[in-house]
Design a protein. Structure first.
Length: 280
């Protein structure tokens, strides 16, 4: 089918144009059970890369259970090795417990807490599994939303890290993250996953509460309808001006508590986790 071929060609072109992955790399895909990560996991296997899956079980009731079942089913069918990390075994509690305790203590939203914890776990496990690249399923919609949110929050510098491949941080303990779906619209990924009949859950996380992101998404949807291709043009224009910025490679130190890469003496993860009685 033409749509399938065009979509796959777009992803392959992104990988090649931005030198995201090589055939020598051990590639670890952060799997959630959703359409994006399942799609990129399938395509990397199809393209001949050495790929394995990593699923962080957040233990968010039936939602997490169904996602894990889907990921296992998919990986079994594709002959892909899957690594499952139980957040309770790792950190002493389910994500619901952690978000409740940390969110109340720090005054943070659930998605912020979850994001910090997942990023820390993904990098830690990627190191342990000796991965050369950590792949995420971020698509064009995700990138456009994040870039616009950073602009409105006056955090323009944060956008310098919103690239197809991480490059601002170089450290032996920081596994390079790449985004093969960087130029793929959310709707196109959804359509591809449905055409391929992937076993995925299309429901959003029941704990999601990113009101600001949802508002930005609605604004971008409106602009996309009025100006076809708005998201892609916005992202590509941003990528064009990046060389004009003086980008300094971030110098990393190691967190005094967990010994993971950090810009501060104590990393954000450890700051959030401090004081939780179940966390050692």
């Amino acid at each position: 089918m033409k749509k399938i071929q065009e979509f796959e060609a777009k992803v392959k072109k992104t990988i090649e144009d931005y030198d995201l992955i090589s055939k020598k790399d051990k590639v670890l895909v952060a799997c959630s059970g959703g359409k994006d990560s399942t799609t990129v996991l399938y395509l990397l296997k199809k393209f001949g890369f050495k790929v394995e899956g990593l699923f962080i079980d957040l233990l968010i009731g039936n939602w997490s259970k169904r996602n894990l079942e889907n990921v296992k089913k998919f990986c079994d069918g594709q002959g892909i090795k899957l690594h499952v990390v139980d957040v309770r075994k790792e950190l002493g509690g389910s994500m619901c417990y952690l978000r409740s305790k940390i969110g109340k203590k720090e005054g943070l939203k659930s998605c912020t807490v979850c994001g910090v914890i997942k990023r820390w776990l993904l990098n830690k496990k990627a190191q342990e599994l000796r991965a050369d690249k950590l792949v995420t399923g971020h698509n064009l919609d995700d990138q456009a939303e994040t870039m616009l949110m950073n602009l409105l929050k006056n955090k323009v510098k944060m956008n310098l890290g919103q690239l197809p491949k991480t490059g601002m941080v170089v450290d032996k303990k920081f596994v390079s993250r790449v985004k093969p779906l960087f130029f793929c619209l959310n709707q196109d990924v959804r359509e591809y996953a449905k055409l391929m009949k992937f076993p995925v859950l299309y429901e959003k996380c029941p704990c999601a509460n990113e009101v600001f992101r949802w508002e930005i998404r609605e604004k971008l949807d409106g602009l996309e309808k009025e100006y076809l291709g708005f998201r892609e043009k916005m992202i590509k224009n941003f990528l064009k001006i990046i060389p004009k910025f003086k980008i300094e490679k971030g110098e990393m130190i190691y967190c005094s508590r967990c010994r993971e890469p950090s810009r501060d003496k104590i990393c954000r993860f450890c700051k959030l986790m401090s004081g939780l009685e179940n966390f050692k």
